[in-house]
Design a protein around this ligand. Structure first.
Ligand code: ADP
Ligand code: MG
Length: 360
């Protein structure tokens, strides 16, 4: 599964733009979106994430991102088309006017479309008319509003799943159904360990969803590791071995202290401490590595916005090493964004997309 191309008409800085993720027509495994601040890196990632969600037939309000400050990217995009290669077929996810659709001559008879026009108005209506409450907000504090929002939510969920989608050139084929993409998005904030206290091991929801966004509360690192050690110990041991080999330098994950809800880190001098004493760069590396490793597969596409955030130059090289290793071990596709030259230098001619140049 590989992203091939993204066409955009009128979305923020993009007027009429083709972002080509291939190199000489070949899909790429690891891609870097480069560009100065405001060149559209986050916009591209948000577009990819939201368009892939179109595959979900039961798309509901919960699957659509509502940021506290930023309007959903679909509402301010006139037209977008994301082409994904699935085995030897192309699935095109389209927002907006049918007349703008791009057909690939090399995929005649092998290109299918999901075309969505109503979702924009639905999201916009919601954004314009209702108070947005962050997912992690303590709902008990706003009881009246909570009930009100739930009532509204129920109505909206219904209309979302009844939204009209056009399928061009046949329905989603079997191939695509069996190889449903899985997309995971790290936004540029929140990549640090939260101060969360537990009295028992919380159960992780292992439900499959097409599009996930990293959530520092739900995907909290200690909780994830303690849970895997407890419930999925084989996978945990694989993860631990992988992390100790490819991620941490001069220290290892030693064990899980389940009673005290601690992940025990051992330094090369034999000192032991918990996760909270790691540096913020180490935290960030460990969070990225853990979440990706647990989800990586041939069908997985990962988006990491501002991958260098809070990373010292040496750690920037380390994160690139671990992403390359993970890509090789699992055959996933990874798309990062960065304005660090240390990261850019890791890409020679392949997989490097300069948005600054595309937008001018
Ligand atoms: N709701 C919006 N409507 C129109 N344009 C927007 C909206 N949100 C962002 N933009 C434009 O898109 C530009 C690129 O933003 P962004 O993708 O966040 O850049 P980057 O991640 O590269 O720093 C912003 O500078 C802004 O001009
Ligand atoms: Mg950004």
């Amino acid at each position: 599964m590989r992203l091939l191309r993204l066409y955009i008409h009128n979305s923020g800085v993009f007027k009429n733009t083709l972002i080509d993720f291939t190199h000489n027509g070949e899909p790429q495994n690891l891609i870097c979106l480069a560009g100065v601040n405001g060149s559209g890196k986050t916009t591209v990632m948000e577009l990819i994430f939201n368009l892939i969600n179109f595959i979900n037939p039961d798309l509901s309000l919960q699957n659509i991102s509502f940021d506290r400050l930023r309007a959903n990217v679909l509402t301010w995009t006139e037209f977008a088309q994301l082409d994904i290669l699935i085995k030897d077929k192309v699935l095109s996810l389209v927002l907006g006017d049918l007349n703008n659709i791009q057909i690939h001559s090399e995929y005649i008879g092998k290109q299918g479309f999901i075309i969505e026009n109503e979702i924009k108005t639905m999201i916009k209506d919601f954004e314009d008319n209702f108070v947005k409450i962050p997912e992690d907000y303590d709902h008990s504090q706003i009881q009246g509003l909570n009930i009100y929002q739930e009532t509204i939510g129920l109505q909206l969920v219904k209309s979302f799943s009844e939204r009209k989608i056009d399928y061009k050139e046949g329905k989603i084929t079997n191939d695509i159904q069996q190889n449903i993409p899985f997309i995971y998005f790290f936004n540029s904030h929140d990549r640090e360990i939260q101060d969360i206290h537990y009295s028992s091991i919380p159960q992780q929801k292992l439900k499959y969803e097409i599009a996930h966004r990293y959530n520092p509360n739900k995907d909290d690192l200690t909780r994830t590791l303690v849970f895997y050690d407890y419930a999925l110990s084989k996978k945990f041991n694989e993860l631990k071995a992988w992390i100790n080999k490819h991620v941490l330098v001069g220290k290892t994950i030693k064990e899980i202290d389940r009673i005290n809800f601690q992940v025990v880190i051992e330094t090369k001098d034999g000192e032991k401490h918990g996760l909270e004493l790691l540096s913020s760069g180490e935290e960030s590396l460990l969070i990225i590595a853990t979440q990706l490793y647990l989800r990586a597969s041939q069908n997985a596409i990962f988006l990491i916005d501002e991958v260098d955030q809070s990373l010292h130059p040496e750690f920037q090289e380390q994160v690139m090493r671990l992403l390359k290793q993970l890509q090789k071990d699992t055959d996933c596709q990874i798309i990062i964004s960065s304005h660090s030259e240390i990261i850019w230098d890791q890409f020679k001619d392949k997989g490097f997309i300069s948005l600054t140049e595309l937008v001018i």
